[in-house]
Each structure stands twice: as structure tokens, then as C-alpha cells.
Write a protein that binds this ligand. Structure first.
Ligand SMILES: [Zn+2]
Length: 427
């Protein structure tokens, strides 16, 4: 765990995250079907015991001994699955539909609590992170946590010279970043791509600082190049053309993870008309009516309908989805990510939509869950979250319907637990 932020920031972060009631002793969840986020099949009539925020034991009812004095929660007939992990999101300055409104501890905590109420218990914030985000990251390895965890990339690295690039990587590394984030596309021709030489310098410097590099990309050609440079994480779908065998072989050989962010594509064009989800109670329960009103204004809708970029992303979404299906079939590690956080990319709700789209792209529901839990944690290099195994943090959800039968059943989350503490306000 990284603890490079001075103690005073850690203390501030810790005080701000203190819940009213911390979990003490042990709590046992008894009788549920446990989907543990690993390759294992769901375990029916299981028991999971949490002690001091971490999983102490998990297994069939007959194999698990309850510690004396444990509080017992009857979860018969229900389903337990790990908290969702968004391997590419942003916890930043957004308020309503304003993107650059308020980067503050209170606004970050508001977002981390919103994610948590939707069962998203960890976000890999890939860019735009400042000292307050780092402090929240540092404060979260604690048995009193009850909001989503955040990992941070700091500022997206840009620069015109190798010296600039190295300095920018070093700034993030010195702050204690978990990832280095870089863009290698040209915004559909609207911008200039980072040169290959500067990109190579970036990867070299990040690796010298022992940091993985997450890459924003669009074109297959750039995805192949980032693999050649040894960059570590494909943070968006390849969207221009179908992936080819050479790329599939290379991703597999390097064991690089692929984060589709399909809902990011949806967010670019879907407000050209009134989206179906504007009438979904699961969406409406957390969104302010004023935001729906603004997004439904006819002038705004026609701006989206007339945006060439939006219409290109829309037209290329089937290619992106087919690529997810092909890479999944080939055995590539797919990690759930949404790019939520910027305006109108709704934190929490979109992660559920993303899983549905991953299933539409060809993944089985249980593999979409694995991609959103154990695999995502693995792709982030985080060993003690993502799966319900002894020693890991007790981050999970209890559902009333089976999400392996129908992925839409992730909407049936009844309660969310982080470090064994109930997240307030889930229903
Ligand atoms: Zn992003």
C-alpha cells in the first residue's frame, strides 16, 4: 500500500470518513448463495464471516465455524457477490452537468458514497486526481470505511518534450499515484497525437518509477503500438476497425487487460433523444430532476444529434462491442470500466449498464461479474479486494435475485457492505 502523502492529509481524510458506527468484532452472513468473484462456481447455502473489516472465513455452512459472539445475519435465499470494481472511472470536480465545478474532499466523498450505494465499492480514478483524492486513497485501508475505495492516477500526462514528460510522470509518482494515465488518440482528428517517441519516454519513465501505464486509445494501430512499448492497460475499446489476429495474439502474449468502457460511447450520443433509462426507477432514485430536465431540453438534444463526434462514436459502437466479444472468446482478460464521472456519465448506474452491455457483447453473466470484481482488481494490481476470499476486505453486496441468471438482476441489490460496514442509504 502506498503511504506517501504526509500524515496530516491522512488524518484529515480519516476524520472525514469516520462513520457513525464502526464494525466491531465479527459478523456472519449465513445461508446465501455466494458468488465469490474467482473462477469458482457459485456456492449455495454458504457462510461468510467478517472480522475487523476483512473476510475471516467463507465456505459451505458445515465447514465454517462461527466465532463466539459473532452477530449473525440471515441471508437465506439471497445472493452475495463482491463489490463492483470500476477499473476506469473518474472521481473529480463534476457537480450536476458542470465538469469543472468543485474538486474538494466533500465532493469526492459525495461521489464515493453514490458509487457505494450502487454496489460499486472501488473506482480506479484514471486522471484528474489531486491531493484530496490521494488523501482519500490513503485513508481507506481501514476497518471503519463505509464509502467506495478510490485509486488514483494523478494528472493525465501531457508534454511537448521528453523532459516535460518525465517531469509530469515524476510529479504523479512523487504524490503516490497508482497508475500513470496517457492519451494516445487524436480525438477523432480534432487534436494531435502524442508522438511515438514521447509515448515511449513516458512508458520508460513510469516503469522506472514502478508504475503501470493506462492508455486512452481509439485506433487499432495505436493499440498495437502501446503493446509494443510495454504499456500495461488498455483503458478503452478499439473502435475504428475489428481487431485482428495479430492484435489478439499480442494482447494474450503480454497478458494485458482490456477495459471496454462501452457506456462511455453511449454517453456521447444517447442524449440526442430521451434515453430509456430516464424512466428506470433504479436510475431515478439517485439523479436530480433538474439534470434530467437539462438533458431533455430540445436544443441540447439537437446539439448532440448534430455532433459529428457523437455520431461517429454511435456508428462505431457495434465495432467496439464486436471487439469485446472477440477478445472475450479468445480468453483476453476483460475488466469492467465505464469512464463515469464526467457530466452525464452517471456514476453507479452506468456500471450496471456496462455489465449488461458486456453480456450483450457475448460474455456470460458470471464472466461479466468476474470482469467487474476479481479480474478488475487483478488488472489494477490490487490483491485484497475483488474476490470473497479469506484475508480480503469485506466489500460486497447482498442481492435478492440471482445475477448469474440475468445480469439485470444486479439491480436487486438490497445492501452494500464495505470493510464489513453497511453503506448508508442503499434503498
Ligand atoms: Zn477516462
Amino acid at each position: 500500500m502506498k503511504k506517501t502523502i504526509p500524515g496530516v492529509c491522512m488524518l484529515v481524510g480519516l476524520l472525514l470518513t469516520l462513520p457513525a458506527l464502526a464494525n466491531e468484532g465479527s459478523i456472519a452472513f449465513v445461508g446465501a448463495t455466494i458468488i465469490d468473484g474467482t473462477d469458482a462456481e457459485p456456492l449455495s447455502d454458504g457462510v461468510m464471516v467478517i472480522t475487523d473489516g476483512r473476510i475471516r472465513s467463507v465456505g459451505p455452512r458445515d465447514d465454517v465455524t462461527l466465532p463466539p459472539g459473532a452477530e449473525v445475519v440471515d441471508a437465506s435465499g439471497k445472493f452475495i457477490m463482491p463489490g463492483l470494481i470500476n477499473a476506469h472511472g473518474h472521481v473529480g470536480a463534476t457537480v450536476g452537468l458542470q465538469g469543472n465545478a468543485d474538486y474538494s474532499t466533500s465532493n469526492l466523498l459525495r461521489q464515493l458514497r453514490l458509487y457505494a450505494r450502487y454496489g460499486v465499492t472501488t473506482i480506479n480514478s484514471l486522471g484528474g486526481d489531486e491531493v484530496e483524492g490521494f488523501a482519500l486513497r490513503n485513508a481507506q485501508f481501514s476497518p471503519i470505511l463505509d464509502r467506495a475505495r478510490i485509486f488514483v492516477a494523478g494528472s493525465v500526462v501531457v508534454g511537448d518534450s521528453r523532459g516535460d514528460i518525465r517531469a509530469a510522470v515524476n510529479r504523479n509518482a512523487d504524490m503516490g499515484a497508482d497508475f500513470i494515465k496517457v492519451r494516445i488518440d487524436d480525438n477523432l482528428g480534432a487534436g494531435e497525437k502524442m508522438s511515438q517517441r514521447l509515448f515511449e519516454t513516458l512508458v520508460e519513465q513510469a516503469h522506472a518509477r514502478r508504475l503501470p501505464v493506462a492508455v486512452h486509445l481509439y485506433y487499432l494501430e495505436d493499440a498495437k503500438f502501446m503493446l509494443e512499448t510495454n504499456a500495461d492497460l488498455i483503458a478503452h475499446s478499439v473502435r475504428d476497425v475489428p481487431v485482428d489476429q495479430q492484435f489478439v495474439d499480442e494482447v494474450l502474449a503480454r497478458d494485458v487487460c482490456y477495459i471496454p468502457t462501452l457506456t462511455r460511447e453511449v454517453s456521447t450520443y444517447v442524449y440526442e433523444s430521451v434515453p430509456d433509462f430516464f424512466s428506470d426507477p433504479y436510475f431515478l432514485k439517485e439523479v436530480e430532476p433538474a439534470i434530467i430536465e437539462q438533458l431533455s431540453a430540445p436544443e441540447r438534444m439537437s446539439t448532440v444529434a448534430n455532433s459529428q463526434a457523437a455520431q461517429t462514436y454511435k456508428a462505431q459502437l457495434p465495432t467496439a462491442m464486436a471487439n469485446v466479444g472477440a477478445l472475450y472468446e479468445a480468453g483476453v482478460r476483460i475488466a469492467m470500466g465505464t469512464d463515469t464521472g464526467p457530466p452525464a456519465r452517471f456514476q453507479g448506474y452506468f456500471e450496471h449498464m456496462e455489465m449488461q452491455m458486456m453480456v450483450e457483447a457475448g460474455m456470460s453473466p458470471i464472466d461479466a461479474i468476474r470482469a467487474s470484481t476479481g479480474v478488475a482488481a487483478d488488472c489494477m494490481g490490487q490483491g485484497d479486494i475483488g474476490t470473497l476470499e479469506p484475508g480480503n476486505w469485506g466489500d460486497f453486496s447482498i442481492l435478492t435475485e440471482d445475477p448469474t441468471r440475468d445480469i439485470a438482476n444486479t439491480h436487486s441489490i438490497e445492501s452494500v457492505w464495505i470493510a464489513g460496514n453497511p453503506v448508508p442509504g442503499v434503498q
